[in-house]
Design a protein around this ligand. Structure first.
Ligand SMILES: Cc1cc2nc3c(=O)[nH]c(=O)nc-3n(C[C@H](O)[C@H](O)[C@H](O)COP(=O)(O)OP(=O)(O)OC[C@H]3O[C@@H](n4cnc5c(N)ncnc54)[C@H](O)[C@@H]3O)c2cc1C
Length: 281
C-alpha cells in the first residue's frame, strides 16, 4: 500500500506517469503528476534536490529532480537505464503509478548566486539536476550575471535536453557550448573532453560561481581546472551521486567523513568537501 501522507518517511507518495519522452540513448524523461499528499510535499522543492523513485515490485533508486517548481506542479526525472530499478521504470507507460519519496537533500543556494556570473558544467545524465538551475536563471534572468553553460556527452546521441538548447542560447547574456568525445558526421560543435572545452573558453573567476554535475572522474578534473583558472574552492559547487540507501540520514551508507551526502548534500562546495575529507582522514 502506498502512503498519501508522509508520517513515515520510508513510505512513498503516489504519482502517475503523465508523459514519457526519449531524451537520449537509453535515457527517458518521465513527467509525473503527484497525487494526494504528494502535491503539497512537492509544492516548493528546490533546484538540486532529489527523490527516491520506486518501480513497484523491483525496488527504489535515487534521482535528481530535473524540473523546476516555478514551471508547474508536475515533476520531471531523466532516467538512464542501467540495472533492475531503472529498467523497471523504463517499462512504465503513461497512466502507470510510481512511488516517490522526497523531496530529499539540500539544494543550490540560488539566493547566493544572484548578481554572480554563473558557469554551469553538465556531463551526460549529470545535466539532469542542473536543468532546474538553468530554468531558474532563465526565468529570473535580470537577477543573475552572465550565464555560461558547458554541456557534454560521450557522443551526440547521449546529449540530454537537446530540444531546449535554442531557448538556452537565445536568452540574454547567455552562452551555450557543446562538446562530445566521439562526434558523428553531422556534429558541428566542439570535440573532446569537457575539460578541453573549459580550457578553451576559460571563464573568468571574477564575481563567478561554477556549478558542476557529472561522473566523479569528470568532477575531479573539472574542479582541478577551475582552481587553475582562479576559482576559489568555496565558489565551486558540485552535486555528488553516492550509493544511497535510506535517503534520510538513518543508515549511514553515504557518509563522507562525518557528513551524510543524503541529508547534508548532495550539493557541496569544493571547500566543504575538502574539510569533510580532512576530518575523515
Ligand atoms: C542523489 C542522486 C541523484 C541521481 N540522479 C540520477 C538521475 O537524475 N538520473 C539517473 O539516471 N540516475 C541518477 N542517479 C543514479 C541512479 O540512482 C542509479 O543509476 C540507480 O540507482 C541504478 O539503479 P538500478 O537498480 O537500475 O541499477 P543497479 O542494478 O543498482 O546497478 C546497475 C549498474 O549501475 C551501477 N550503479 C548503481 N547505482 C549507481 C550510482 N549511484 N552511481 C554509479 N553507478 C551506479 C552499478 O554498479 C551497476 O553497474 C542518481 C543517484 C544519486 C545518489
Amino acid at each position: 500500500m502506498v502512503a498519501v501522507s508522509n508520517n513515515n518517511p520510508f513510505l512513498p507518495y503516489l504519482g502517475t506517469v503523465i508523459d514519457i519522452k526519449d531524451l537520449a540513448t537509453d535515457i527517458l524523461l518521465f513527467r509525473i503528476e503527484m497525487l494526494n499528499g504528494g502535491k503539497e510535499a512537492f509544492c516548493d522543492y528546490k533546484p538540486g534536490q532529489f527523490v527516491f523513485l520506486s518501480a513497484f515490485g523491483l525496488g527504489e533508486a535515487p534521482f535528481g529532480i530535473a524540473s523546476s517548481a516555478t514551471r508547474g506542479d508536475t515533476l520531471d526525472f531523466a532516467v538512464q537505464r542501467l540495472g533492475s530499478v531503472t529498467t523497471g521504470l523504463h517499462e512504465l507507460g503513461k497512466g502507470d503509478p510510481v512511488g516517490i519519496r522526497g523531496p530529499l537533500g539540500n539544494w543550490f543556494p540560488m539566493d547566493q548566486f544572484k548578481e554572480k556570473n554563473l558557469v554551469i558544467i553538465g556531463g551526460g545524465i549529470g545535466g539532469a539536476p542542473l536543468r532546474p538551475v538553468i530554468h531558474e536563471v532563465l526565468d529570473h534572468r535580470a537577477d543573475y550575471g552572465h550565464l555560461m553553460i558547458l554541456w557534454a556527452a560521450r557522443n551526440p546521441s547521449l546529449l540530454v535536453f537537446t530540444d531546449e538548447y535554442e531557448e538556452w542560447k537565445s536568452a540574454p547574456d547567455t552562452e551555450l557550448h557543446l562538446t562530445v568525445d566521439q562526434p558523428d558526421q553531422l556534429w558541428d560543435h566542439n570535440v573532446g573532453l569537457i575539460t578541453q572545452l573549459l580550457e578553451k573558453v576559460s571563464p573568468s573567476p571574477d564575481n563567478a560561481i561554477s556549478i558542476t554535475c557529472g561522473p566523479p572522474i569528470m568532477i575531479h578534473h573539472v574542479e582541478k581546472l577551475l582552481r587553475k583558472l582562479g576559482f576559489k574552492p568555496e565558489r565551486i559547487y558540485v552535486t555528488l551521486e553516492a550509493r544511497m540507501h535510506c535517503g534520510i540520514g538513518k543508515c549511514g551508507r553515504c557518509n563522507l567523513g562525518e557528513k551524510l551526502i543524503c541529508i547534508d548534500g548532495p550539493v557541496f562546495t569544493v571547500a566543504e568537501i575538502g574539510e569533510m575529507l580532512e576530518n575523515y582522514l
